[in-house]
Design a protein around this ligand. Structure first.
Ligand code: TXA
Ligand code: MG
Length: 322
């Protein structure tokens, strides 16, 4: 591992990309201080240039290297949740490049908790710009192999293998640049936990594919498998009908079916955190089976399932009527 970290540091300093493990999903990292290196991330992912990327840092000691006008709420949230799956949107320092911010005057910052990447960031000293290590719009990777499946060695020579991600869905994003904190993306840290620290409720800004949206994780269609993914509360019934008409399908659901269904059935954990940990890997596995469709029975709409619901809503190609 020491050797790999040395190699990672050398590549990053040379302006190359490195795949990094985090507790949420794997990231495609570049030195955030080198705009040309950051540009390679966008080229590799096929991501529009005006979408900002998160800057990963070792801890709150580096926060003021990247952010300015830092409000008290930011320090409170860092103390409570860093290192961990929380990204803060703050006013940027003047030097933070257009390549990182997508031309905005804000920057997203997070200190990931994965021990390998934490060590890498401590030794690197600077910031690593890193979106999830997947092709634009595709499912986020939760293992090193998933990253390799997305990027050939010519584009990404080194992926640090930190095992399967603990959290499994991306970080929670909270913006602290307006008059009130706003939840931009539900994720690894529960909204209620953030509200408890801040002593106030935070608005969840549900955004869809409106004209000027520049937060790619908030696009209507994102985190998606290539196979058609259909979601709904009556997915089982639809699945059976499709199977009878000769289609090759799989059904993903929490509880085993009572009726005998002849489609491939994947039973998921009934706890939101455990579900989140395996959902992307499950969709990737199913995506490799040449199915006509994946039908997913949505878990209950409950605050604990907010992040899972958000991602499934964006991953789905079509919502079945309820
Ligand atoms: O868990 C995570 O956050 C993972 C790991 C690798 O850290 N990263 C991740 O990055 O999900 P990405 O780029 O796939 O999604 C980050 C989201 C995007 O929707 C991006 O537009 C938004 O953060 N973002 C970054 N900087 C922003 C800013 N200044 N203002 C608003 N949104 C921002
Ligand atoms: Mg992403």
């Amino acid at each position: 591992m020491t050797h790999n970290l040395d190699q990672a540091l050398a590549l990053l300093s040379a302006g190359e990309l490195v795949g990094i493990p985090t507790e949420t999903v794997y990231g495609l990292a570049a030195d955030a201080a080198q705009p040309l290196a950051v540009a390679k991330i966008f080229a590799a992912k096929g991501r529009p240039n005006d979408h900002p990327v998160i800057v990963h840092i070792a801890g709150k000691e580096q926060l003021s290297d990247w952010a300015s006008d830092i409000p008290a709420a930011a320090w409170q949230l860092c103390d409570a949740f860093w290192p961990g799956p929380l990204t803060l949107i703050l006013k940027k320092q003047a030097h933070v490049s257009h390549a990182v911010t997508g031309g905005q005057d804000t920057v997203g910052l997070r200190a990931p908790a994965h021990p390998i990447t934490h060590e890498l960031l401590k030794r690197f000293g600077g910031g690593l710009a890193a979106p999830s290590a997947n092709q634009f719009g595709h499912i986020s990777p939760t293992t090193a192999q998933h990253v390799r499946d997305e990027f050939p060695p010519e584009i990404l020579s080194l992926i640090l293998d930190g095992g399967a991600c603990d959290v499994g869905v991306e970080s929670t994003i909270v913006s602290l640049v307006g008059p009130k904190p706003v939840l931009l993306r539900p994720g690894g840290v529960a909204r209620s936990a953030i509200e408890a620290i801040l002593g106030q409720t935070i608005e969840h800004k549900k955004t869809t594919s409106s004209a000027n949206i520049r937060v790619s994780g908030l696009l209507d269609s994102h985190y998606a498998p290539h196979t058609t993914l259909l979601t709904g509360t009556h997915a089982q019934i639809e699945a059976e009908a499709m199977r009878r008409s000769g289609q090759k399908i799989a059904i993903v659901h929490i509880f085993a079916l009572t009726q005998n269904i002849s489609a491939q059935s994947v039973v998921m954990p009934d706890n939101a955190n455990d579900y989140a940990q395996v959902i992307y890997a499950t969709l990737r596995d199913l995506d490799q089976q040449n199915l006509d469709a994946i039908l997913l029975a949505l878990p209950q709409a409950d605050p604990a399932w907010l992040a899972v619901h958000d991602r499934l809503g964006r991953a789905a190609h079509h919502k079945l009527s309820d």
